[in-house]
Design a protein around this ligand. Structure first.
Ligand code: ZN
Length: 206
């Protein structure tokens, strides 16, 4: 069976395209019809695809990883590819954080970090596996995310596609524990290192 991804992954990528392409001022809003034909993110094609992935989320259908990779390659051709990948990662993290139960989210924000961090790690591990197709482990005081089947690998020049996962990890930690330290891309499959890996530090304790 060919590899599949959670539908939230391609959905987040497409929604990021739309967000980045949205008109940002009143002046632009006046020309929105004209923009619709020029900006891919506002096109009927993207709109229809977004609807299709929303349906897939509802039905629990998993699209193929290749389908998500094709979207990533399309984004990778844009001059602002890295910004779109970052927005996509943020968007995926926020969506998955919203699915963490309310009581647990509240707990994470009131517990001292000594207790909150192991709980947060459990969530990062679960979300990383299900939505990013990655493995999360703790190494000393850092969190490592390893992704073997990155759908954004080589989608854009200079490892631009990898920023999708980096940004997802950063935002997820930000949401779960109110802060994150540095996030580094320590290993990259596009440099022939087998898989992509990021190392994130917890934010310094209050
Ligand atoms: Zn990489």
């Amino acid at each position: 069976m060919s590899p599949t991804v959670d539908p939230l992954l391609p959905l987040s990528l497409l929604e990021a395209v739309r967000t980045v392409d949205l008109p940002d001022g009143e002046l632009e809003t006046e020309f929105v019809e004209e923009l619709r034909t020029k900006r891919f993110g506002l096109s009927d094609t993207v709109h229809a695809q977004i609807r299709r992935y929303h349906d897939a989320v509802k039905r629990g259908q998993r699209p193929s990883a290749e389908e998500a990779a094709a979207i990533a390659r399309l984004i990778g051709r844009r001059p602002d590819a890295e910004a779109v990948f970052r927005e996509g990662g943020r968007s995926l993290a926020r969506r998955t954080y919203d699915r963490v139960s309310g009581p647990l989210r509240r707990l994470l924000h009131i517990l001292p970090s000594l207790f909150a961090r192991p709980l947060a790690l459990g969530q990062i591990r679960r979300i990383g596996a299900r939505y990013l197709g990655g493995q999360v482990r703790r190494v000393g005081a850092s969190i490592h995310l390893e992704v073997r089947g990155s759908v954004t690998l080589d989608a854009a020049p200079r490892q631009g596609g990898c920023t999708f996962y980096e940004s997802a990890l950063r935002e997820l930690m930000q949401q779960l524990v109110d802060g994150v330290g540095s996030v580094e891309h320590v290993r990259c499959a596009s440099r022939g290192e087998g898989s992509c890996e990021w190392r994130a530090q917890w934010r310094a304790v209050r």
